[in-house]
Design a protein around this ligand. Structure first.
Ligand code: 6R9
Length: 684
């Protein structure tokens, strides 16, 4: 995108229209790393025209054990040879060292790394950079004692306890790849991730409290280990954090007891005691050595293990975190809070690695925004004097519904930046965040990015970019955001199309773990020469990007990507289901929700009991987040002659449309549409 696209007519901002522009607040602008739009343009041009020098200069702010003359090398066009991205090839470094030792060396050892806030407001704890380093070193010795070496994959299935940060950093310290699985996923989901990466070791917990509920993880883990074994992968040891007993149980109920002493289980705290004081040196990693795998939904149903490597991910996450939250390590008053779970990429990049590399103090939150009541986020903000808060549009929309008094009863005067991630933020939620939460004094940073991109791609700089409610605004440094039409032609200027990136950036994924072909096919083949995001976007007259949503078979529920094919796969495992088609339907708070059409086997009808069973099977096979809100019986599904289900029609039906369904002439049987429209009345 050329700078010419960015022009502003700030003369007459019109309330509630796209034209409304919010300028960066003056106090932020004064001390920001990048102050004012012209500075952004200057740095952006430099990052595009001299990308090697630009990124190498940023990398110099981090510690490299051995430097390299290489910069950013890549090929995005499979017609010219294999697809690859490399950054600083030949250099040696370690991200865990950059998070811990580097900060200790610059005198921040006694600074708080994390302010841990438990599920119950009375449970809290702090850990300094020195203490975190000590625990990471200790746990890395435990991992080594259990036979973990450089290149092994360690599965981590933990709630939001500090041991999760310790475990991830300990893996990185010794060059083992972590594969974190969100603790809300089912035994089947955990097993499929263990099997895909052949994990021999698993780090987990007995259980945890989430809002008013207890979640017991151990039986889920037992089952996942059993399933993995059946599929040929033997988990040899599981290290288990006994968390239930040290946490305060909601409503004063006693914590359930879970026996963690048998079989392959080793208790975390006794293992730590056993290997205390044992030296466990940092493994100096090649720049392109793998750092971690994180699974994300794939259109074909099977999750993809997104692989990130060392130096590129490290540099990109460090830079995006520094600039987009305007973090200043010299400023001890900067209290940053990312509410994401480490089971998602946001937790990896902007709760763990990003803030630690930037040497700031962060809140690490185990609970949920609605517990004990809808004021929790603001109570915690007041308690720790949070300056920068990073959360999701779905949380904002849910809290908005409770009313302003939950927010306004707490002091939020320390806040200066409010970030969002995961899905488009609708202008109404944006304005509420700006006006009610931020008292019209904060920059709103709507960050567009993906597990695959490692870090932010389209994002306003808080002290530089004028913000428009609902737009992720402009590309980050080094990002060449391009819109392509269906034929792959570049759309210059204003218009709408497929969002692609025409240049590599250091944090770009390197592969789908163990499946290079799938990597190329999914991301690089749809538009040769470009990385394809799977999202649609629009560019306005000012050059601002507005993400319009997924254009593939993925759906975004509360900021979590789900695969329609994976949910359909779970539903069709029920013996009474012949066929299933799942689409996303709009939802006020979640953004969208899964809506399932099921065709039942001969003579079966969709009873209340069957609906419960179908929802249960999805919970079991994938997890609660994937459970369809609505299940409708479909005597038949609209299909083309080649047998493809036309989801665009089902989507319209789910949305409640009776007409305007688009072209239906390619369908084998058009009458099913009327049946589905009238069948909507009986859905449940
Ligand atoms: C970081 C993360 C990625 C997908 C992405 C897009 C959607 C994320 C967004 C957004 C509009 C934003 N998405 N941030 N859409 N505006 N600010 O969420 O990663 O879980 O891989 O999801 O989420 O559809 O392609 P991931």
């Amino acid at each position: 995108m050329s700078d010419a696209h960015v022009k502003f007519n700030l003369g007459n901002p019109v309330e509630d229209s796209e034209e409304e522009v919010f300028l960066p607040p003056a106090p932020l602008l004064a001390g920001a790393h990048v102050a004012g739009l012209p500075s952004y343009h200057e740095m952006y041009s430099d990052s595009i025209n001299n990308s090697d020098a630009f990124w190498k200069k940023i990398a110099q702010e981090l510690h490299f054990f051995e430097p390299s003359n290489n910069g950013l090398e890549y090929n995005f066009d499979s017609r010219k040879g294999p697809i690859f991205t490399r950054f600083m090839a030949g250099a040696k470094t370690n991200i865990s060292y950059n998070c811990l030792e580097r900060n200790i060396q610059r005198g921040y050892g006694d600074r708080v790394a994390y302010l841990w806030e438990g599920n119950e407001p009375c449970d809290s704890n702090t850990i300094t950079y020195n203490q975190l380093h000590e625990q990471v070193l200790n746990f890395s010795a435990v991992l080594r004692a259990h036979g973990v070496k450089k290149g092994d994959v360690v599965a981590i299935y933990l709630p939001m306890v500090l041991e999760l940060a310790v475990a991830m950093l300990a893996c990185a310290r010794i060059g083992a790849l972590h594969s974190v699985v969100f603790a809300g996923f089912s035994a089947d989901s955990l097993a499929s991730r263990i099997v895909d990466a052949k994990c021999k070791i698993l780090i987990t917990a007995d259980g945890f409290f989430r809002g008013p509920k207890a979640v017991i993880l151990k039986p889920i883990v037992d089952k996942a280990i059993e399933i993995s074994k059946e599929q040929g992968v033997n988990v040899e040891s599981a290290i288990i954090v006994e968390h239930l007993n040290r946490a305060t149980a909601p409503n004063g109920h006693p914590a359930p007891t879970v026996d963690c002493s048998k079989g392959i289980y080793h208790k975390y705290f006794s293992e730590m005691q056993k290997y205390k004081g044992v030296d466990s040196p940092v493994e100096w990693m090649d720049a392109e050595d793998p750092l971690f795998i994180l699974y994300t939904s794939g259109s074909t149903g099977k999750p993809k293990g997104i692989l990130h490597t060392t130096a590129g991910y490290m540099t990109y996450v460090y830079a995006t975190c520094k600039y987009n939250f305007d973090l200043h390590h010299e400023n001890e008053k900067d209290i940053y809070w990312c509410t994401a779970d480490c089971g998602w990429i946001t937790g990896h990049s902007y709760l763990l690695y990003g803030p630690l590399m930037n040497g700031v103090s962060s809140v690490f939150f185990e609970g949920v925004p609605s517990y004990p009541d809808a004021s929790r986020l603001w109570a915690v903000t007041e308690k720790y004097k949070v300056t920068k808060l990073y959360t999701s549009p779905t949380a904002i929309r849910a809290l908005m519904a409770f009313g302003d008094q939950f927010v306004t009863k707490h002091d939020r005067s320390t806040l200066s930046i409010l970030g969002t991630v995961g899905e488009p933020i609708n202008p109404a939620a944006w304005r509420w965040l700006h006006k009610v939460v931020g008292e019209a004094r904060c920059s709103i940073v709507d960050t567009y990015w993906q597990t695959e991109t490692g870090g932010h791609m389209i994002v306003p700089l808080p002290g530089a970019t004028p913000q428009k409610p609902g737009s992720a605004t402009l590309p980050f440094f080094g990002v060449n955001a391009v819109l392509l039409d269906a034929e792959g032609r570049v759309i210059e200027g204003p218009g709408e199309g497929n969002l692609c990136f025409g240049k590599a950036w250091p944090g770009m994924m390197r592969n789908v773990y163990g499946d290079y072909e799938r990597f190329v096919k999914t991301y690089m083949q749809p538009f040769p020469g470009y990385y394809f995001t799977g999202d649609g976007a629009r560019r306005d007259d000012d050059g601002y990007i507005w993400i319009t949503g997924r254009v593939d078979d993925l759906m975004n529920v509360s900021g979590h990507l789900l695969s329609t094919a994976e949910i359909e796969g779970a539903l069709t495992q029920h013996p009474k289901v012949a066929e299933a088609a799942v689409v996303s339907a709009p939802h006020d708070i979640k953004g969208s929700y899964p809506y399932a059409f099921v065709t039942l086997k001969n003579g079966e009808r969709l009873s209340k009991e069957l609906i419960v069973e179908l929802k249960q099977i999805v919970r079991e096979k994938i997890g609660a987040i994937a459970q369809p809100d609505v299940i409708q019986e479909a005597p038949g599904l609209p299909k083309t002659r080649s047998g493809k289900v036309t989801r665009r029609i089902l989507r319209k039906i789910a949305e409640g449309c009776d007409s305007g369904l688009g072209d239906t002439t390619t369908l084998v049987d058009e009458t099913v549409i009327q049946q589905l429209i009238s069948g909507r009345d009986n859905r449940a």
